[in-house]
Design a protein around this ligand. Structure first.
Ligand code: 3NM
Length: 538
């Protein structure tokens, strides 16, 4: 039996000038261990056997001194020569069965897997752990086969959890582009209760760090801490969720959520399209929020520190917008401040689909909000099984192809996969956090006849999530924002002077302001204007 190992922070070395620089590898490894690395792999693809054995011996003595196991990448001869804990082999190296014959049962053999097929084969061959990669593109390894993203990682983990006991229990680490800015998201979004990841394998974020010990320490701390945007405990199973009690509680929570936004006046930071800038800013003001319409990603770290919320709206995307959005989502994620993704028209063109893919890979979105075709496109890109490719016509949703149950199912599955809140807008809005799913009706038909109603709902959601961060219930905050929006629209549409979409716009701004004041003052008429139904999976 191979020994039990702590895989949590796994250092893979690199001796190239670009990463190690002029430093001594032994020094880097000992600093990394002092910072908290739990396992070391010596990896050098170019060195001769004799020299490799010399370096490996030195690393082994450092690792032994600290009680940390040492594995050798690929070179079974070197591992045998120095009698270290084992090896790590890639798909192009010796196969695991032959490696086992050479090394015997007591050595650790780790195998790289980029797909469920490779993972299955490695488990069947007797691997002791799997290195799943490549998660993100990385300059450290140029010839990577496939970029899995967090979703691909999660699919492999979910697959393992459904197979034999051996599959289920095999330790897993992931590799490729992991660093301090993304590791919490990788752990959070790849999480499946039955098969959590055992560790993260890292090269450059440790070896190339200016202070190796401090970087390892920081990575270790981040591994042990939930991400700042993590939800407070909510039910994780449908059985724990009482449909009736929760719907009533949700309704009852709406006035307080609206009052909190009014009192806190949170920033709603809109990186939105140029069609709706002015309207969205006015909607934010009428909702009680403080709008800022900055599209410059370099401002985001300062704004994220002000406890507001961010909307990234893909409406008029350009290549430079993507760079700014990535800067912004990174800053807001680091601050734990909410980010709303509004993937406008993401199913309409190939560049938009690519932008969506890049955005999903770059950050965590507390809420993803879109119309039916947009949410279906996001679900497909995110890898929700069974979603067909759809061609969106412009930014409109087009004719609906799903009934309410079908919508609820897509929204619930996407939210469960992303571990966030998903809102599918329509005549009835469908909202889910992956466990609790609600259909919210209200609003007015004129909302569908003006520009920016969907986009400005994103503006409102940013304000509601930011204002109500303290409750930890993002879904309740989102529902409160949607309810206020719907009530205001209904009141506006019913006003005598409103004769069509043109007169509806100013009335809607008025009513966001007036309905909010009435609800905060305790008026209960709004309850007749919005209907919330819990949706349970059939
Ligand atoms: N193996 P960094 S990616 C050594 O996908 C290695 O199997 C990979 O380096 C795989 O942490 C990789 O600097 C390099 O991104 C990872």
């Amino acid at each position: 039996m191979a020994p039990v190992v702590d895989y949590s922070l796994y250092l893979v070395t690199d001796s190239t000038a670009a990463i190690l620089g002029q430093r001594d590898l032994g020094y880097v490894v000992s600093e990394a261990i002092l910072g908290g690395v739990t396992l070391v792999q010596y990896r050098d693809k170019t060195i001769d056997s004799g020299a490799a054995i010399e370096v490996a011996k030195k690393l082994l003595s450092i690792c032994n001194e600290h009680g940390v196991p040492l594995l050798i990448n690929d070179r079974i001869d070197v591992a045998l020569a120095i009698d270290c804990a084992g090896v790590h082999i890639g798909q192009d190296d010796m196969d695991v069965v032959t490696a086992r014959k050479l090394l015997g049962p007591n050595k650790i053999i780790g195998v790289t897997a980029s797909s469920v097929e490779e993972a299955d084969k490695a488990v069947r061959g007797g691997a002791d752990y799997l290195g799943i990669g490549t998660i993100f593109a990385t300059p450290t390894k140029a010839n990577t086969k496939s970029i899995l993203g967090v979703h691909g990682l999660r699919d492999i983990l979910a697959h393992l959890s459904e197979q034999s006991e051996t599959h289920h229990h095999i330790p897993t680490v992931c590799i490729g582009g992991i660093n301090a800015s993304n590791l919490q998201r990788v752990l959070y979004q790849s999480f499946t209760p039955s098969k959590p990841l055992d560790g993260l394998a890292i090269v450059s974020a440790i070896v190339a760090a200016p202070d190796v010990r401090e970087s390892s320490r920081q990575l270790r701390r981040l591994i042990r801490t939930p991400p700042p945007w993590a939800l407070l405990p909510i039910p994780t199973e449908h059985s724990e969720w009482s449909k009736t009690a929760s719907t009533q509680a949700l309704l009852d929570s709406i006035p307080l959520a609206i009052r909190t936004v009014t009192e806190k006046k949170p920033i709603s930071h809109n990186m939105t399209n140029f069609v709706v800038q002015n309207f969205a800013a006015n909607v934010a003001l009428s909702t009680g929020a403080s709008p800022i319409m900055s599209t410059n990603g370099h401002e985001a770290p300062d704004l994220a520190a002000l406890a507001g919320g961010l909307v990234i709206n893909m409406g008029t995307a350009t290549p430079t917008s993507l760079e700014n959005w990535i800067l912004a989502v990174t800053a807001y994620n680091a601050a734990g401040a909410p980010v709303i993704l509004d993937p406008v028209g993401c199913g309409a063109t190939a560049p938009r689909r690519a932008t969506l893919r890049d955005l999903l890979a770059a950050g965590y979105y507390d809420v993803i909000k879109g119309n039916e075709s947009e949410i279906l496109t996001v679900a497909r890109v995110s890898g929700v099984a069974g979603i067909e490719a759809i061609q969106q016509h412009g930014v409109d949703s087009g004719a609906s192809g799903l009934d309410l149950d079908g919508k609820a199912e897509v929204v619930r599955r996407l939210a469960g996969r992303e571990r966030n809140v998903v809102v599918m807008t329509g005549v009835v809005d469908v909202v889910s956090d992956g466990v609790r799913t609600y259909a919210v009706s209200g609003g007015h038909e004129y909302l569908g006849m003006i520009t920016g109603s969907g986009c400005s709902l994103g503006t409102v959601l940013a304000a509601f999530l930011a204002g109500n961060r303290g409750t930890g219930d993002k879904l309740a905050a989102a529902v409160a924002g949607i309810a206020l929006f719907g009530v205001a629209a209904k009141r506006a549409g019913g006003r005598e002077e409103v004769r069509g979409p043109g007169t509806f716009v100013p009335a809607f701004l008025d009513e966001l302001f007036l309905a909010r004041k009435d609800i905060v003052a305790g008026d209960e008429v709004w309850k007749k204007m919005v209907d919330i139904q819990a949706k349970v999976p059939s």
